[in-house]
Ligand binder design. Sequence first.
Ligand code: ZN
Length: 245
Amino acid sequence: MERNYLSKAIVLKRQDYRENDSLVVFYTQNQGKLSLVARGTKKPKSKLVGHIEPLNLVDLMIIKGKGQDYVGSVISKEAYLNLKENLSNLHWAFLGANWLLRFSEEGGEEVDLFNLFANYLKALDKMPTDSKQAEGEILFSIFALRMMAIIGYQPQTKSCLQCRQKLEPKSHYFDLLSGGMLCPTCYFAKVAKNQEQYLKISEEGIKFLRFIFDNNLFLGKKIKINKKIAREINVLASSFLAYRL
Ligand SMILES: [Zn+2]
C-alpha cells in the first residue's frame, strides 16, 4: 500500500532520470535526506519542474511506493532569488549543499541539520548583492563547522587533546584527524610525522571557533571579523570536512 507524508524540504540536487522523469534529492525536515522520483518533469507542460530547482525551499508530499518513493506534489515556498543572483553566494550555497549530501544519510532524521541549512541559505540570501566573496566564506565556515558538530564531530577548543591542560590565550595547533587542539608543547613533542594533519590557529582564530559553537550566528547580527581570521577558519573548516569523509 502507498503511504503519503508531508514535509518541508530543500532541494539539494536534481538529475534526469529515465525518459521523462527526474531524480531529486531533498533534505527534508522530518526524514532527513530523501531521493525521490519526480514524474513527467521533462514533458513540456510539466507543472513540477519550476518547483524543484536546486536550493528551493518547498512544501513536499512524499509518496512511499512499494519499490521507489516519489514526489506526490511539490510547491516552492522560497527560491532565494537574491542569493542566486550573486555568483559568489551561489558558489557557497552549492558547496554547502554538496557537503550536506555527502555527510547525511538517506532517511536519517535530523531536524537540526535541516534548520541549519535553511538558516544558512536565508543568511546568504539576505546579504547585499554586491557583498564580497569573504562574507559568504565566513557563513560557509560557520555552516560547515556547525554541521560537523551536529553529526557528532564538535572539536575540542578549550583544552589540549594530549595533556588536557586548559589552553592559554595564544596560538595552538588544530589536529584535523582527532578534531581538537594541541598546545605547543604537545605539538612539538609529536610533530615529527604527519605534519599536514595539523594547522596552526591564532589566538583570534580560536576565539572565533569557540564563538561559532556557542552562538547561533545565522540569526540576526552581521559578523565582523578580519580577512585573515576568516581565511584561517575557512581553511580549517574545509580541511576538517575533507579529513572526516
Ligand atoms: Zn598539551
